[in-house]
Design a protein around this ligand. Structure first.
Ligand code: CAA
Length: 276
């Protein structure tokens, strides 16, 4: 892989988009490598993924403008589909994905972050959908996921104006769950960068998720994602089925058994994922 780094630490894995010279912009090769990386995640071991960009400056500065600049209508549509297919794979990935947004998350960068389950960002992060300034629409799901995340009115304002927003505003409108600052000592020296603290925060969150019952966590993701696509009557049936699916599993027996035996120390750490 030229543009993707993959590192597994126990039950947590980190995917880093590693094209720093182009601020991690997404060209076809990056998308293909990301797709292949997702296909190769060891789902018997990994319980939570972190997605980030190489360097301190940029998460992903969008789809590759150089590559897009000469596309025909048909090629443009196919490029949109390529991005959408990979992002949809990320969105429906069986385990949770945390986007650790370090710097620019513009165009396709904002869109890939929105395909993740949870977004946290560094204090220097900047979000936006600048596409209309380039003569195109957001093409990797931005018109759909931004509206679903922050509401149609705010999404339309951001997309029509192509205005970029900084981390505090992204937090205020609910685009990110948390903003992580650098650590500065009394003399004003940075002792830990915002990126380092961001990755530490993402790993801490991922560890907490990974300690919970893996089948239950997967089923929660499925229930929330699939339930949001249908009306409430259908949504609660989706929940009922996924709730029922947890019973008779080792996770459920251990989780409830430990509680009833008052053995909270055991928790669920010993329960391996059952690949059923
Ligand atoms: N595509 C291709 N190359 C990009 C890029 C992109 N989206 N973003 C940055 N780069 C490249 C630059 O061309 C530059 O390369 P060179 O050193 O070879 O010239 C390098 O990354 C560094 O960028 P800058 O010199 O521009 O860095 P800066 O600090 O001055 O500005 C920036 C940073 C504000 C993010 C600026 O690079 C920028 O505006 N980038 C484009 C952002 C954008 O419009 N993204 C949306 C793309 S469209 C899209 O994503 C469509 C879709 O929905 C699928």
């Amino acid at each position: 892989m030229e543009y993707i780094l993959y590192e597994q630490k126990g039950s947590i894995a980190t995917i880093t988009i590693n094209r720093e010279k182009a601020l991690n912009a997404l060209n076809s090769q990056v998308l293909d490598e990301l797709n292949a990386t997702l296909d190769n995640v060891n789902l018997d071991e990994v319980r939570c993924l972190i997605l980030t960009g190489a360097g301190e400056k940029s998460f992903v500065a969008g789809a590759d403008i150089g590559e897009m600049s000469t596309l025909t209508k048909a090629e443009g549509e196919a490029f949109g589909k390529k991005g959408n297919d990979v992002f949809r794979k990320l969105e429906t990935f069986p385990i949770p994905v945390i986007a650790a947004v370090n710097g620019f998350a513009l165009g396709g960068g904002c869109e890939i972050a929105m395909s993740c389950d949870i977004r946290i960002c560094s204090e220097n992060a900047m979000f936006g959908q600048p596409e209309v300034g380039l003569g195109i629409t957001p093409g990797f799901g931005g018109t759909q996921r931004l509206a679903r995340l922050v509401g149609a009115g705010m999404a339309k304002q951001l997309i029509y104006t192509a205005r970029n927003i900084k981390a505090p505003e992204a937090y205020r409108i609910g685009l990110v769950n948390d903003v992580i600052a650098a650590t500065v000592d009394e003399a004003g020296n940075v002792t830990a960068s915002a990126k380092d603290n961001l990755i530490a925060a993402a790993e801490k969150m991922a560890t907490t998720i990974a300690q919970n019952a893996p089948i239950a966590v997967r089923n929660c993701k499925k229930a929330i994602n699939e339930g949001l696509q249908v009306d409430m009557d259908k949504a609660i049936v989706i929940e009922e089925k996924l709730f029922g699916d947890c019973f008779e599993t080792e996770d459920q027996k251990a989780g409830m058994g430990n509680f009833l035996e008052k053995d909270k120390e055991k928790k669920l750490k010993v329960v391996p994922f059952q690949n059923k």
